[in-house]
Write a protein that binds this ligand. Structure first.
Ligand SMILES: *Cc1c(COP(=O)(O)O)cnc(C)c1O
Length: 245
């Protein structure tokens, strides 16, 4: 099967899985957005998925993303307004580029990064949509803010006018046990609800739970995900880890 047919078929299967999970877990039909994660994939693959009606894409490696965003901007007539989501670790010397090129950032976990993104977001663009990455697997991952520090970070971001706080993102420790997967996502959803309650009065109402990937999207949808980030099951297995910059 040619490669383009393969992506179309995979995509269709992911859409069916997401819609089936919505139905099974009593979620509103169409309430879970699929964010195709195109890291390590060439622009041609992104075009195929864009042709199937998807306009938002997740990228993790800035240098690689920048090249693709620029290349695809030249095909605007066929794909108007692609929306780019940065979902990888952020070094502070990269914030300027991110603030210029992206519409969303899912991986904010430090106030310093948030302040830089706020200062560097160009005036002619709408505020940058932000999800805070929460570390729910404790020691296992270095990325993400500790739950105990979440409210402080969220309330300082609520005051930054060039950022718009949309929600939380998390990557639980991988598990093949469905109930364990659900436990982790449920914990994030509870943090989300309690944070929204605490932010009441600040003018911020978060609406996004960015959780679930190829291997745990059903559990994430069962526990209230509004955006699943899907790489492998749409684009196929990634066969190289690029230099991370
Ligand atoms: C790579 C990546 C994904 C997609 O993972 P798959 O298992 O390939 O679906 C989702 N979220 C983040 C933050 C990623 O880096």
């Amino acid at each position: 099967m040619p490669e383009n047919v393969d992506i179309a078929t995979r995509l269709q299967e992911v859409v069916l899985r997401v819609r089936a999970a919505e139905k099974r877990f009593g979620r509103e039909p169409g309430s879970v957005q699929i964010l195709p994660v195109s890291k390590t994939r060439p622009s041609e693959d992104i075009e195929r998925v864009a042709c199937a009606g998807f306009s938002a894409f997740g990228e993790s490696y800035l240098q690689e993303a920048q090249a693709k965003i620029t290349a695809l901007a030249n095909t605007r007539l066929t794909h108007p307004d692609l929306e780019w989501h940065f979902i990888g670790p952020i070094q502070s010397n990269k914030t300027q580029t991110i603030a210029n090129l992206f519409h969303w950032v899912h991986s904010v976990d430090r106030e310093k990064i948030a302040r830089r993104l706020n200062e560097q977001r160009p005036e002619n663009l709408p505020p940058l949509n932000i999800c805070l990455q929460v570390n729910i697997s404790g020691e296992k991952s270095k990325s993400g803010i500790q739950p105990s520090a979440l409210f402080e970070l969220a309330s300082s971001i609520a005051e930054l006018s060039r950022l718009r706080l949309r929600g939380l993102m998390a990557i639980p420790a991988p598990s093949t046990d469905f109930e364990k997967q659900r436990d982790a996502f449920r914990a994030i959803h509870e943090m989300f609800d309690s944070l929204n309650t605490k932010l009441d009065g600040s003018g911020v109402v978060m609406d996004t739970l960015s959780m679930g990937m190829s291997n745990d999207l059903e559990a994430a949808i069962a526990e209230g995900s509004t955006m699943v980030r899907i790489g492998t099951d749409i684009f196929g297995p990634r066969n190289y880890p690029p230099d991370t910059t």
